[in-house]
Design a binder for this molecule. Structure first.
Ligand SMILES: Cc1ncc(COP(=O)(O)O)c(C=O)c1O
Length: 436
């Protein structure tokens, strides 16, 4: 098992990247002066995460990766090569999945706002669809009267097991905008399976980060009990339909701070097998949709300190990313943490006496602050602030405010043995096209 890149490894990798950019003709341009921020991805770590998922669940299940966590096409293609499917939460993500070469049978389409046209497209393509509501089931039924489809269709159920630590990314409270709440609509849900013979799957996803193992298992438990009860009901009524697939969603939390709880995927899978053995048998086809657990710790971001301003006893280090990439961190710092370190302009870990800093982003509003009060070794212009664990829900939430260019993304293997630019820094002309 590979640990997430720590500051020593990051420093080694960054030094190699700077060195490679200077020395190798082939890699000239790996890091240029205009690369004021660079996002790095440790593909060795990413690969290890995928392996752990594969080794924890039965071989015949469908593991997908939630595109929303990180839609970089090179990553999506990497997941495809590793035999993973993709979970898409919009038509555009569906397009990304298709264009990345993933077979429709390995794509899951979730979203609470699918239009009729989008449903028609998805049904024709044959991807799995998780309907979010009874109204969506009606739409699908009408479409299936006109269209032949290979799509497997499930319904998203809110197991109502409560909110996790972070309210705005929890989806299993008594009220949630997602899915059908199980306590309020158990009979209606059951009757949908009796009514629609094409409805053969259940889906749940109870939230992202801040969710305990107990809560994840309670969520699966509530939907599992419903599934078994519904299949018994269908059998007693002599109806041909059965629930055959069970999609457990994502939501496995990761460690951003030392004392954060991380649940290993093998522990999670073991508990599922112990508590709900039928999910590990041929009776059900199991699906997963992990995003954060795969991506978050694989990424880190280096952003150059442009100025250090000293005013009224406060040191402000101005860097080149802020709320444009760290939307959650900047607007809700109490709930979204990233460790921060500093390297000098050659990639060496900064040492020496520590001082308190404000780390400020470049955007035109006072609240664009990554950290309000952090102890760091003395920092100067030209150093690089390293923001840790930036592989998920950061670049994918990029905001266009002030029209700053999206940074370059570099993937690497084995602590910098090999570097590949997987996304170029956005050009000013591309930005112009965006707004045109
Ligand atoms: C339906 C669905 N599946 C999967 C995920 C991925 O969650 P995570 O990245 O926490 O694993 C999400 C994220 O919110 C989601 O909404």
């Amino acid at each position: 098992m590979k640990n997430k890149p720590g500051i020593k490894e990051i420093s080694e990798t960054f030094k190699k990247a700077l060195h490679t950019a200077k020395r190798s003709h082939k890699h000239a341009g790996l890091i240029n002066a205009e690369d004021t921020s660079i996002i790095f991805y440790d593909y060795s770590f990413l690969k290890c995460r995928l392996e752990q998922i594969r080794n924890s669940f039965p071989a015949d299940i469908l593991n997908t990766v939630a595109i929303k966590a990180n839609p970089l096409v090179k990553n999506l293609k990497f997941f495809k090569e590793e035999k993973f499917g993709l979970e898409a939460a919009s038509l555009a993500e569906l397009y990304l999945a298709e264009k990345s070469g993933v077979h429709p049978s390995k794509i899951v389409f979730d979203s609470p706002a699918k239009t009729e046209k989008e449903l028609e497209y998805a049904l024709k393509l044959g991807v799995r669809i998780n309907a979010d509501s009874f109204a969506e089931l009606e739409r699908i039924d009408n479409l299936l009267k006109k269209i032949k489809s290979k799509s497997e269709i499930g319904i998203r159920i809110n197991p109502q097991v409560g909110s996790g630590r972070i309210k705005i990314t929890s989806t299993a409270d008594e009220y949630s905008k997602f899915g059908v709440p199980i306590k309020n609509f158990k009979d209606e849900l059951k009757n949908s399976f009796a009514e629609f013979s094409w409805l053969t799957g259940v889906h749940l996803h109870i939230g992202s980060q801040g969710i305990s193992l107990k809560m994840l298992l309670d969520g699966i438990g509530a939907v599992y009990e419903f599934t078994e009860m519904t299949n018994d009901f269908l059998q007693i009524k002599n109806l041909p339909n059965r629930i055959k697939s069970f999609d457990i969603g994502g939501g496995l939390p990761v460690r951003y701070k030392k004392d954060d709880v991380e649940i290993s995927v093998s522990e999670y899978a073991k508990e599922i097998k112990k508590n709900f053995p039928a999910l590990f048998s041929k009776k059900y086809k199991l699906l997963t949709e992990f995003g954060r657990w795969i991506n978050a710790n694989a990424g880190w971001t280096a952003s150059r300190v442009e100025y250090v301003k000293k005013q009224g006893g406060i040191n402000t280090a101005v860097i080149h990313v802020g709320a444009d990439m760290f939307l959650r961190r900047v607007y809700n710092p109490g709930e979204w943490h990233h460790d921060i370190s500093v390297l000098d302009c050659n990639g060496e870990i900064k040492k020496g006496k520590k001082k308190r800093y404000v780390i400020a982003g470049p955007l035109c509003f006072s609240g664009d602050i990554i950290s309000t009060n952090i102890l760091l070794p003395e920092t100067e212009a030209g150093d690089f602030v390293i923001i840790h664990d930036t592989g998920a829900y950061t670049l994918s939430m990029w905001s266009r405010y002030n029209s700053r260019q999206m940074p370059k993304v570099i993937a690497y293997l084995e602590n910098g043995k090999e570097f590949t630019v997987i996304k170029k820094r956005e050009k000013l002309s591309e930005l112009y096209s965006f707004w045109s």
